[in-house]
Design a protein around this ligand. Sequence first.
Ligand SMILES: Nc1nc2c(ncn2[C@@H]2O[C@H](COP(=O)(O)OP(=O)(O)OP(=O)(O)O)[C@@H](O)[C@H]2O)c(=O)[nH]1
Length: 324
Amino acid sequence: MTLIDTELSPIPVTIVAGFLGAGKTTLLNHILSAEHGRRIGVLVNDFGSINVDAELINQVEEGMMTLANGCVCCSIRTDLIQAVLQLAERDDPPEHILIESSGVADPAGVYEAFLQTEIRNSVLVDGVITVVDAVHVLGLPDAEAKLARTQVSGGDLIVLNKTDLVDSDTLSNVKDWIREVKPTVQIFDATFGRIPMEVLLGVEHSHESSPGDHTSSAHHHHDLQFETWSYESSEPMNLGLLQQLLNHLPSTLFRAKGFVYAADKPNSRLLLQLVGRRAVLSVDRPWGDSPPQTRLVFIARSETCDFDAIQRVLESCKEVVKSS
Ligand SMILES: Nc1nc2c(ncn2[C@@H]2O[C@H](COP(=O)(O)OP(=O)(O)OP(=O)(O)O)[C@@H](O)[C@H]2O)c(=O)[nH]1
């Protein structure tokens, strides 16, 4: 058993929240690649059963833990506590812990998990950073917009991300919306999560935004609102057909991400990132020793997306391997 010296200062924890695809992983990678000299532990919570985000986080090998298939603000809170304690009790504990919560998490629920006595001596929440997607946040349907508001109101600092993709009117409308939700919050404009390190790692949790004003039921609703579906295949896919599929996905699909094994580019892993209507397929690293495989996660509002139909189309994208 490891004895935690309560005289030691607790490890600061920064919770990174924000709607599906807002740019949380991108922000984490920005922090991890910056020169701040601090040893950072990372915890990643993916909502789907395939932990895509963990594979997209650079630079951390030892101090990284993943929590997949559940949401840290409610269904897997105990796992979160265990994972954080494991990081904190290492022989070489991190000096700072970053938690990427799933895109459907209520940050107040994640924060609440840290109030439990078993964890209070070892870690302390430094602050909640909420990443807001400047492109999509104002276009969300009501139920999802409600969740986005909850995420903003639980943030101590707002990173208004993807400012490169919107015009100045949209940007100011989004800022008005944020200020309406949380009048005094600091907003930092960003592209690809790039804001100064002192700001990111030195956030102080404002007790004004502590979870007191959220009812516990609020952060249990999202299990009803979202469902995830994943697809895996070891057969190469035809890129042209896949692109056609990506252009015709239902609008109730909020997020898709993962890796593609393409017949046209068999040696490299392709990375698919779809947020709202915006799909980007890019060449990632070579497959190397790992067997090429398509692994995709889709996240939609519950019972609105015909995943069987998507599966059929995905199957039809498989390239028929011709024998020579
Ligand atoms: N143009 C542009 N794209 C961005 C920016 N930030 C992130 N992206 C892209 O948006 C997509 C989603 O970014 P992620 O960092 O994976 O978002 P996330 O919040 O971690 O997503 P989930 O974990 O699925 O909720 C990726 O394709 C990013 O490259 C930005 O400022 N500008």
